[in-house]
Design a protein around this ligand. Sequence first.
Ligand SMILES: O=P(O)(O)O[C@@H]1C[C@H](O)[C@@H](CO)O1
Ligand code: HPA
Length: 275
Amino acid sequence: DWLLSQTKHRPQVAIICGSGLGMLADALKCQDAFHYTDIPGFPQSTVQGHAGRLVFGELKGKTCVCMQGRFHMYEGHSLCKTTFPVRVFKLLGVETLIVTNAAGSLADGLKPGDIMIIKDHVNFPGLGGFNPLNGPNDDKFGPRFPAMSACYNPGLRCLAMDIAKQQGVAELVQEGVYAAVGGPNFETIAEAKLMHRLGVDAVGMSTAPEVVVAVHCGLRVFGISLITNKPRPFLSVFLDFYRALSREVVTMVTDINASIQGSGCSCSVSSLTSS
Ligand SMILES: O=P(O)(O)O[C@@H]1C[C@H](O)[C@@H](CO)O1
Ligand code: HPA
């Protein structure tokens, strides 16, 4: 109510700007900006690179509200507080939420500077029982047991890929799975390897709880990760490559031996090499 009384903007789109991406909010025209400290009941941002402002304005003809800085679990906020702005957006009349973040790549094809369109997520804190929807369900927002099988809107993902092609940057953009961890420490080598094997493409410390709350209250969600680093050490990438190559060689030798035997000859590749 306080925000609606302070601005004439009625946003359809909300954007949560991840680490280092806050400058997007500066592009809004006819801005009304509010420091989190001035908004009654709003949590406070403590992370460097997160300005701590809610900025309303026009972006390419759409009325938007941007969070210049988000809240993370590792700052000591409850998950309820980290996701509180998503419910504020819903109450402001927002229909589409765009989430952005900085993330580490676990996928061979994703390098620093690339953009990953989030096609799905693994919410590790959520799997462990740290869920922003814990506690009594508020039916005004959504159901007790919301489905999470299609969190990231397929139409918006397709549109984003098309736009990347039109802009000539398609080689920097690909879809992938984002995993949220609690942070603030980065992953151990074993943790990074585990997530890589589980099919995670990029890892970060935010986003998934916000998306859970957004999907619960019926917002359409689009998410992107800016890849900032590559936690998997070179050695483990090399070892994976070496193992894959060894498997190929074993298959090739087996195939060659099968054809030699088929031709009636009594030798094999291993006897040839040993002799
Ligand atoms: O708000 P995001 O998810 O962009 O912030 C990322 C994750 C950590 O907060 C921090 C670590 O680099 O950046
Ligand atoms: O490598 C990472 N791990 C977790 N969170 C991150 N945020 C940016 N990079 C990373």
